[in-house]
Design a protein around this ligand. Structure first.
Ligand code: B12
Length: 355
């Protein structure tokens, strides 16, 4: 096998030698460019689902056919309809019937405003990322994102998809986006780049009147369910133990869950007490004493109300305070430390310091 700088190369499979660049047989980079999906994702679809069936060149390169390209485009389309990657792959490979699978998805609610023009699926946004003009055939839904789509990261696209699904009360669609993200990126990256910024934006959108309180509640609960799934079993094991709680009256516990999931990823055990916890009762209820107690709040008054409990507890166990309601000054007053970073960064810093 030889390859020249133009990217053309002679390949051979027994007596049927062909040349890369002939219609229908391409290397992964070219396939990626044509369909607008990263080669990393294409490889994952190949190994996980058998979606791609490459020919082999005599030099061992994988070469992809027009059939492979067709399957990838169909997969991308089905992901855009809200199927999970595993389900979409089964449909593409003929193991499941498309209509039956799609029928199980809730229909988009009627009478909702059309989605903003710049929202799309992760797959189609990645397609647009391939380049401002797309490949020779355009992306699967080419041009959907408009001019600066190419500059957007797949995380932006994922946030858009998530937003769109949740605004429409489409939990299956939202889970599809999560499935797809988690198939491609680490849990930490998904939390840091998609979940936390999504939550921030929800607050702004609610304040601006772009979404109703009902939409915001729905989204929070879907996200909470997903985080709970990632958190399953996090109290077990042999690592150091962290107790996570919000003070009385405080309901915002999603960031605390994000923090716990990352900590768990580093081997810690997480005892999650969550919203509205009687802080003064934590330590007496737990033996042996945990290595760390983290209390998070969005409202400083809810922390100030338990200042005496915190001060007393800090004589027994290391306490950290976090969230918009916490501050270094207040933490200092009660003998605690303050976690100024975002939940993912803070957990990663603790993991790095305790390794
Ligand atoms: C989801 C949500 C809810 C959900 C909570 C569901 C749940 N189980 O958590 C529900 C619907 C219950 C809710 C209720 C309310 N909410 Co609300 N809510 C939000 C929203 C959209 C996301 C919160 C979130 O998880 N953010 C993600 C975190 C990571 O972001 P952050 O809070 O800015 O935190 C930063 C740091 O402080 C740090 N951090 C935060 N927590 C933690 C934890 C740890 C361990 C670490 C290390 C770091 C850390 O990370 C961030 C930096 O990256 C925010 C909007 C927003 N901007 O956050 C509003 C928001 C927090 N809510 C707000 C309000 C006003 C309310 C209500 C009073 C509304 C009402 N009238 O009923 C109630 C109060 C409920 C209560 N008693 O606690 C305000 C709070 C203003 C304030 N500071 O007091 C916000 C900011 C919305 C707004 N823009 O006005 N809410």
């Amino acid at each position: 096998m030889s390859e020249d700088t133009s990217g053309r190369s002679d390949i051979g499979d027994g007596s049927n030698d062909v040349t890369v660049g002939e219609p229908g047989l391409v290397r992964i980079g070219e396939l990626s460019r044509r369909v607008g999906i990263s080669d990393h994702t294409l490889r994952a679809w190949e190994t996980r689902y058998g979606l791609l069936r490459p020919h082999r060149s005599s030099g061992g390169f994988r070469l992809y056919s027009a059939d492979d390209e067709r399957r990838v485009r169909r997969m991308s389309h089905l992901l855009g309809r809200g199927l999970s990657p595993a389900e979409a792959a089964r449909v593409v490979l003929g193991e499941r019937d498309e209509d039956t699978v799609l029928l199980r998805l809730p229909p988009p609610p009627e009478n909702l405003p059309p989605p903003p023009e710049n929202t799309t699926t992760l797959a189609s946004a990645q397609a647009a990322q391939a380049g401002p003009h797309g490949g020779p055939h355009g992306g699967p839904q080419g041009g959907l994102l408009g001019g600066d789509a190419a500059a957007r990261s797949p995380f932006h696209a994922a946030r858009d998809s998530l937003t769109r699904a949740l605004d429409r009360f489409n939990d299956a669609g939202a889970h599809g986006v999560f499935d797809e993200m988690l198939a491609q990126f680490s849990v930490e990256a998904v939390l840091r780049e998609v979940v936390v910024p999504f939550l921030h934006t929800q607050g702004e959108r609610w304040q601006n009147g772009d979404i109703s309180l009902i939409q915001e509640h729905f989204a929070s609960n879907v996200i909470r369910g997903r985080l709970a799934g990632l958190a399953r079993g996090w109290a077990s094991g042999a690592g150091p133990r962290a107790v996570l709680a919000c003070p009385p009256g405080e309901l915002h516990d999603l960031a605390l869950m994000v923090f716990g999931i990352v900590l768990r990823g580093g081997g810690w055990r997480v005892v999650f007490l969550g919203a509205d916890t009687p802080v003064g009762q934590i330590v007496p209820a737990l033996t042996p004493t945990p290595q760390l107690v983290v209390i998070a709040a969005t409202n400083r008054h809810r922390l100030e109300a338990v200042a005496d409990d915190l001060r007393e507890m800090s004589g027994v166990v290391p306490i950290s305070l976090a969230g918009v309601g916490a501050s270094a000054r207040f933490a200092d007053r009660v003998g605690a430390t303050y976690l100024p970073d975002d939940p993912v960064g803070a957990a990663q810093r603790i993991l790095a310091a305790t390794r």
